[in-house]
Design a protein around this ligand. Structure first.
Ligand SMILES: *Cc1c(COP(=O)(O)O)cnc(C)c1O
Length: 351
């Protein structure tokens, strides 16, 4: 078991930072005349109180998410997409030009980009050929300046879950923070790591409303972690990072969880059907099993097939240039008619 010391992980300037104190964070009571935030006191054309700044800590929405996820409010951070907590975690822990993060390609591109924007070095340990964590190499590559380890499970673009045992070993031995990105966990048969959150002071779990919940346009991502880590994220975020429009919209959709569950099973049915039907094509060399709402394929010529599909008005993601993904396309599971169109297009493809 590692002895995790948050104090040694957080940058000195962040520890000493006196955060911006907004009007709404200084006074959150129920006074009737608000003359403290230089808002337009008359109205907004949108009515419904849009002339007022929103709750900086989104307490009402967090209470609902807390009930839904069975996670205490103090362990929840809400961001403008999960991209916001990814950036904030890097900024909170990594001294530019000195510290580094470790990622396991092929994986989600934003970890690397967020690090680069912050002038933070990136260590890469490529996954094993079966897309699992290369534990030995990761443990050898981690150094005293490695502050964050990003793990994506189910992984984008490969679609598979990473072995729970391997992740456990990393969380228990790494002195920095392990971030498990669960953007696609709703589509997986296995459980989220959320239930184990309280066992690990160095664990951050990312989830999002952009995928299964069908709210990509709203931009709402969640980070779950210890109260101490959440406090730091809250301290350095933009004061009003989630608009009232987003807070209210998500609040109003949470009661539709049964509908979302239905969509998830429909998407998973379509995924199984696609997986099966794609086997008929000889130019598809490998269909990788997926626990997400997309499937990675290895084909004989990815660029060629990509261009052909574009001509048929079907756009997929060409992932050929990523490590271990030579000649691979990533295809999002569509509606049944979209998937039928895809299969028809493939039937007419002359490789
Ligand atoms: C889509 C995706 C996200 C979601 O990002 P948002 O900013 O919440 O829309 C996060 N991580 C991974 C791996 C993704 O594929």
């Amino acid at each position: 078991m590692s002895t995790f010391d948050l104090n040694s992980i957080i940058r000195e300037n962040i520890k000493q930072l006196v955060p911006y104190s907004s009007a709404r964070s200084e006074y959150g009571g129920s006074a009737s005349i608000f003359l403290d935030a230089n808002e337009n006191s008359i109205a907004s054309v949108l009515e419904n109180g849009y002339n007022r700044y929103p709750d900086p800590l989104q307490k009402k929405l967090k209470r609902k998410i807390s009930e839904l996820k069975q996670v205490p409010i103090e362990n929840i951070f809400l961001g403008n997409g999960s991209d916001e907590p990814i950036d904030l975690l890097i900024r909170a822990t990594c001294v530019p030009g000195k510290d580094n993060i470790l990622i396991c390609p092929p994986t989600y591109g934003m970890y690397e980009v967020a690090a680069q924007i912050n002038d933070v070095a990136i260590q890469k340990t490529v996954l094993t050929p079966d897309f699992q964590l290369d534990l030995g190499k990761i443990l050898r590559q981690i150094n005293d300046n490695t502050k964050l380890l990003f793990i994506c499970s189910p992984n984008n673009p490969t679609g598979n879950l990473l072995n729970e045992k391997d992740i456990t070993i990393l969380v228990e031995s790494f002195k920095g923070i392990v971030v498990i990105d669960e953007a696609y966990i709703d589509f997986a048969a296995e459980e989220s790591w959320l239930q184990k959150l309280s066992n690990y002071p160095n664990l951050v779990i990312l989830q999002t409303f952009s995928k299964a919940w069908g709210l990509a346009a709203l931009r709402l991502g969640c980070a779950y972690s210890s109260a101490a880590i959440i406090e730091i994220l809250n301290k350095i975020k933009a004061p009003y990072n989630i608009s009232l429009l987003s807070q209210e919209a998500v609040l109003n959709t949470l009661s539709y969880e049964p509908v979302v569950k239905k969509w998830i099973s429909l998407i998973n049915e379509q995924r199984a059907l696609l997986f099966d039907k794609l086997k008929q094509f000889s130019f598809i060399e490998k269909i990788f099993p997926s626990s997400a709402n997309f499937i990675l394929l290895r084909v004989n010529n990815a660029n060629c097939l990509y261009e052909y599909l574009l001509q048929q008005n079907i756009v997929v993601r060409n992932r050929s240039s990523m490590p271990l993904c030579g000649n691979c396309l990533r295809i999002t599971v569509g509606t049944s008619s979209e998937n039928e169109s895809l299969l028809n297009a493939l039937k007419n493809y002359k490789p």
